[in-house]
Design a protein around this ligand. Sequence first.
Ligand SMILES: *Cc1c(COP(=O)(O)O)cnc(C)c1O
Length: 398
Amino acid sequence: MSHQSRMAPNYKPLPVKIATAEDCWVIDVEGKRYYDALAGYSSLNFGHRHPGLIQAAKDQMDRVTLVSRAFDFELLEPFADKLAKLCDMDMILPMNTGAEAVETAIKAARKWGHEVKGIPANEALIIVAEDNFHGRTSTIVSFSSDDVARDNFGPFSGGFLAVPYGDIDAIEKAITENADRLAAVLLEPIQGESGVVIPPAEYLPAVRRLTEENNVLFILDEIQSGLGRTGYTFAWERVGAKPDLMTLGKALGGGIYPVSACVGKAEVMGLMTPGTHGSTFGGNPIACALGMAVCDLLETGEYQARARELGEHFQSRLDAMVREGLLLDKRGAGMWAGIDIDPDRATGRAVCELLMDKGVLAKDTHGSTVRFAPPLSTNKEDLDWMLDQLEAVLQEIK
Ligand SMILES: *Cc1c(COP(=O)(O)O)cnc(C)c1O
């Protein structure tokens, strides 16, 4: 009798069974080594098992691991201080997963809309972008345009209006037509899941100006794009469009433990009152210790500079593959890229399987697009080796 997995089949992983990992490399149960070019969708910006981060987690485990928010904890304020400073924001609300941080931003924005802006009760509207990815909760999939993420998960939550991503005229029209009921605009500064889609440089600054003029909050989901990935602490810095609220997750836990937060202005975050929102594990001791250690790594700017410098090399090699006709197209910023394979040659999945055979782990996203987000700690030699493998695979399918 064949073995029936007890894992609910909500993923279809590549057939590689990882046993151990260090920095950019993982080793499977058979002892084969792979370069991790996905890095946990940008959760592992500092590499696997960064020694300083592991030490921070271990030290905290020897002191106290959970207090719940029913009591105060010695690192809660210091963590909030450090993270707020890194973000140049007033307040943080710590959660665990990215989706929870997005839920927090949605709730905070609606509360502000009803209590400060004066939108009638339960009428607050939030503008989102088509092809967004903000997580998997039932509210968040309500405004997804991905049928696979939505089908049969309704009834859906209302109060969201989707506009095409990167289209200034479309969002201007939506903002001005709905200004009275509009609490917020929620966007990814670069759409990761959608294939590392970068909007025109004027887009985010235009949304910033339009939201300000219409008394609407501007929320950026920096869960995947933030914390060094694009060569900046936050992707919005590339174009200078500072939001009112930001969601963070993924790399905030150093690839060790889920840590997320909604950070923002006091006039919004300060509206939360005891009992209105929370999480048992949000801001727990290990999360605080890891979050602080991650802030320390980013405070020096070293990882951001590295992502900018190595990123230039990374992007130029991918650009060359487009010029040579190996790729249809490519988009990227810093150490983040989405490449489009000619669908007549192979699917993204097939390319990922060929890469896996050569010792590189990457992940396809929709159709024939493959996303790369190598650890920012990678050295140039390893990065070049990874790109050599990609080039070899693209030659094979040519
Ligand atoms: C991954 C991701 C999320 C969801 O984070 P989870 O920790 O999986 O809940 C939300 N927004 C963006 C942009 C993401 O990349």
